[in-house]
Design a protein around this ligand. Sequence first.
Ligand code: SF4
Length: 467
Amino acid sequence: MSGGVEGADVVVVNTCGFIEMAKEESIEAILEAVRLKEEGRTRAVVAMGCLVQRYGEELAAELPEVDLFLGLAEADRLVPELRARGLLDSPAAFVPTMERPLRVLSTATPHTSFLKISEGCDHGCAFCAIPLMRGKHRSTPIEALVREARELEAAGVVELNLVSQDTTWYGRDWLRTGIPAGSEEAYFMGRPFAGMAGAVGAPGLARVADRAEAAPTRAESVGRAGASLEPSRHGALPALLRALLDRTEIPWLRLFYMYPSGIHRGLVELIAAEARILSYLDMPIQHGADAVLKRMRRPERQATIRQRVRWLREAIPELVLRTTVIVGFPGETDEDFEALLELLEELRFDRVGAFAYSVEEGTPAATMPDRVPDPVKRERMERLLDVQRAVALERNEAWVGREVDVLVDRAADEDGVAVGRTVGQAHEVDGVVYLEGAAEARPGRFVRARIGGAEEDDLTGVIVGDA
Ligand code: SF4
């Protein structure tokens, strides 16, 4: 936990329950907050989020020192509960930003922010517990997102990172349910909804991934969704992007969690045509062997992945592609793993996030046979990382000698070296550019830089002018 919580009246820990590692980190953060309370450095500790949604009762039994546990479906209770316990000193100034959960900007990099465009997930990937915790997909209305983006822009944000569970799925729920009218408050987190563990009438894990390619196509569904937003069977992501382009001037819009099968030609053309939608895409593939993808209950196969990469690279030659893969899924054979390595070598993603499979309680994969032993997983991870290191270095070296726009994240240190990022480097997940002789560089500003050196993750460069 960072020193930023020192002196806080209440420490609110937002937990994650995605994978084992995240669960452990969340528990560690709660324990650290409890230590602060025991030392008298904070008055109360609240634990919220996914982990609490799933394991609230167990956590409450194990951690009685925590004052309040609130699952995802109870986030609305935070302010009233704090107020009732006399923990809000100046409620008038404080409450509005908590009751309508505006994003809290990082104090170190307030010029970059996430924009969460939807909540929940309609897929049913066999390894994933997210739909159990967060319920079915619900898209936040475009108006609400534009308003949030404009508020963030007014606060100085110049890079907006669009996130969700599957960003390509944005608006597809409206084909099923109709566009919500005037009910946007219901879409903010903090209220239960279908599919979420603990929600009234929760039907459990949604399994519509197999229907992903066959989303509703009937004209009347589209008509019901409203012509002004131009939704199609592909959803409303293009309409959202157009609205953000037209009604904000935020220069960098970055797309995360773009599922391969959800990427369609119209979207590719839009990204290619609009410089403000960055030539950067995070496209999780999870594996490269058809047999494993099928057992993972992913809608894509190798052919789909290859086709989407081809469409994207043909239309956007400068594209930087990031992906995520899981190593050691139950039943992964040596041949499956080789197929994954071959696909990564063939497609040459600029960046790959690799995770060793971990069993997540309540998911279909948790009871699958043929678990891959940990030493085999580790060995495969090492091999994969070796392969990807070479690819990443080669991809990064291609930038050497070129002039590019760089967003400065950190002012120069005593050696005159500032830190920034190119279009191809997302905040906190990718590498950075070290800008030498950059005493004048100011965080949140764009500069033009010539790239002089490359490593697997990071670049070095010198400023040659304003962007
Ligand atoms: S798409 Fe799959 S991995 Fe992603 S949140 Fe949904 S179920 Fe989980």
